[in-house]
Ligand binder design. Structure first.
Ligand code: RP5
Length: 175
């Protein structure tokens, strides 16, 4: 388990095969300087570890859990049933997935009362951003980094607008 000194976000996944997707969430948290831990917790294969992880989350200082799983992806929902901190679910198209919809629906279609904030298939990056946004509601430094991130997003699109406009004009003129 990779672990910052005092992690406030827990990133968990059902299998090491999910890591290539879930590492995008870790990259975002690193970018926003939010301490996190990342580990494997399987609802099917390590159910007792799952109970222990979720039920000790608050006392260990976690504020949010990002949980990714594929196929019959019940890890995020089970974690949500065991804690009151927000759970962000990342559906993963895994080797046992039919086409990814199985994982999307397993995580998304939680019954009323036990929500999992579900991102797109493979959307670990957005899970990291949502976690940062939640932290940013009470952490000014993270909020400032998020504002800067949004400004950069806008800037990069506007640069492409200018590039496309210039390229288009050049191509048009040369016809
Ligand atoms: C799920 O089963 C895991 O989250 C993973 O996406 C999928 C396949 O696991 P492996 O067979 O690759 O370990 O529980």
């Amino acid at each position: 388990m990779e672990k910052a000194e005092n992690p406030i976000v827990g990133i968990i996944m059902g299998s090491d095969s999910d890591l290539k997707i879930m590492e995008a969430a870790a990259e975002v948290l690193k970018q926003f300087e939010i301490p996190y831990e990342i580990t494997i917790v399987s609802a099917h294969r390590t159910p007792l570890r799952m109970v222990e992880y979720a039920s000790s989350a608050i006392e260990r200082g976690l504020k949010i859990i990002i949980a990714g799983a594929g196929g019959a992806a019940n890890l995020p929902g089970m974690i949500a049933s065991l804690t009151i901190i927000p759970v962000i679910g990342v559906p993963i198209k895994s080797s046992n997935s039919i086409d990814g919809w199985d994982s999307v629906l397993s995580i998304l279609q939680m019954p009323g009362g036990v929500p999992v904030a579900t991102v797109a298939l493979g959307g670990a990056k957005n899970a990291g951003i949502i976690a940062a946004q939640i932290i940013g509601t009470s952490d000014k430094k993270v909020a400032e980094k998020l504002s800067h991130y949004k400004q950069q997003l806008e800037k990069s699109v506007l640069e492409k607008v200018n590039t496309i406009a210039a390229d288009w004009q050049n191509n048009f003129d040369s016809k």
